[in-house]
Design a protein around this ligand. Structure first.
Ligand code: FES
Ligand SMILES: [Fe+2]
Length: 379
């Protein structure tokens, strides 16, 4: 039963059993600035979060930056071909070092140099050099040069961030002792690694700022009960009744069946099928049934009432054919239709009328999202 916020404000944690009446996350978790602050640690500070695609930084020294919560990182291709991530923070006096550099337009550096006093780091993060002034005591009358030791390269290395990959997808984790990515990703890792994801290249990136909480969009992505009413162009070619939702520990998959099969050349995935993976907390992988390519969404919170959607499209050739460009346009149309829905839902949640919503028995993917959020808050 829906709980209205009629001054009593009675809410309960999300019940593990979807048939119980308190099966949804209380409304304030979608609207409260304090919850947004808390999530920076409990959600984005603890789970594996998607950072970007390894193909975008093919050569040693290539890098891009990412902001996750308040943290700013540099993701870099090292000399031995690995991808590593560091805080974009200098070991000297804490200056940010490189300017915001999107994955679509990566930078390249032989070394990472802090612009403030020119401490310089190798691509593996170790301190490579400091200016002469750090070894002499000229301006300090209390010291002789001999008293001053050279800064240790290892101890003054950049602070590294745990990094792991699923194929070309690079993930980071800010926890001191995170669960393995393989554990968080489960069968999704095996499934994605069986596909030739490396052979596809970033062809389009569409970035949008949307006026709703990131979990509102996450919930909308996780179900298609709204599709018939709101995505008429898209459902025309689908057998919605044949669709299926699958829930795993930290990811869920929406399988959609296409009415007509399409040419083999036209898809990376299985016959008749499109598959959409939602990976807790804020990453999706979109396997289209009607295009030989795939997409990813990053659902980055900006504050409690806004998020940024980064929609990336990967194709064999980054110069899109007319058909592929048309495909991206259709996908964009779908996003815009969804933006209307989620902004309208946010408006309702922010009105203060509802204290705790309710989910239907088939909304088990949305329930999973709400449960994982609850678990994160309680951990
Ligand atoms: S803060 Fe980076 S060199 Fe001084
Ligand atoms: Fe939708």
């Amino acid at each position: 039963m829906t709980r209205w916020n009629n001054g009593r404000d009675e809410v309960e944690p999300v019940s593990p059993d979807i048939t119980e009446e308190t099966n949804a996350l209380p409304a304030r978790y979608f609207t409260d600035p304090a919850v947004h602050e808390m999530e920076k640690e409990t959600v984005f500070g603890r789970y594996w979060v998607y950072a970007g695609h390894a193909n975008c930084i093919p050569d040693a020294g290539d890098y891009f930056t990412r902001n996750i919560g308040d943290r700013e990182i540099i993701v870099v291709r090292t000399h031995d071909g690995d991808v590593e991530a560091f805080y974009n923070v200098c070991a000297h006096r804490g200056s940010a070092m490189v300017e915001e550099t999107p994955m679509t337009d990566p930078g390249n550096a032989g070394r990472i140099k802090c612009p403030y006093h020119l401490w310089t780091y190798d691509l593996d993060g170790s301190l490579a050099s400091t200016p002469k002034s750090f070894e002499d005591a000229r301006l300090n009358p209390d010291l002789e040069d001999e008293d001053v030791s050279e800064p240790d390269a290892e101890e003054n290395a950049l602070m590294s961030v745990h990094t792991d990959r699923i194929g070309p997808f690079v993930f980071v984790n800010f926890d001191d002792d995170p669960m393995p990515l393989a554990e968080q990703a489960g069968s999704m890792k095996t499934e994605l690694e069986s596909l030739p994801l490396e052979e596809y290249h970033l062809a389009r990136r569409i970035v949008s700022e949307v006026e709703c909480n990131w979990k509102v969009f996450g919930g909308n992505y996780s179900e298609c009960d709204h599709c018939q009413a709101n995505h008429q162009d898209w459902v025309r070619d689908l057998e919605l009744l044949e669709s299926e939702l699958e829930v795993n520990d930290y990811h869920w998959i929406l399988h959609y069946q296409h009415k007509e099969d399409v040419d083999d050349e036209m898809r990376i995935h299985e016959e008749h099928e499109a598959k959409f993976y939602y990976f807790w907390p804020n990453f999706t992988v979109n396997m289209y049934g009607t295009a030989d390519g795939y997409g990813t969404y990053i659902i980055d919170p900006i504050d409690e009432g806004r998020f940024q959607l980064v929609a990336d499209y990967y194709f064999k050739d980054p110069d899109l054919s007319d058909e592929e460009a048309e495909f991206v346009r259709t996908s964009r149309q779908l996003q815009e239709e969804d933006f209307e829905l989620v902004e309208r839902q946010q408006r309702g949640l922010e009105s203060g009328a509802i204290a705790q919503a309710q989910l239907g028995p088939n909304e088990h993917t949305v329930h999973k999202l709400h449960r994982l959020a609850q678990e994160a808050y309680e951990a």
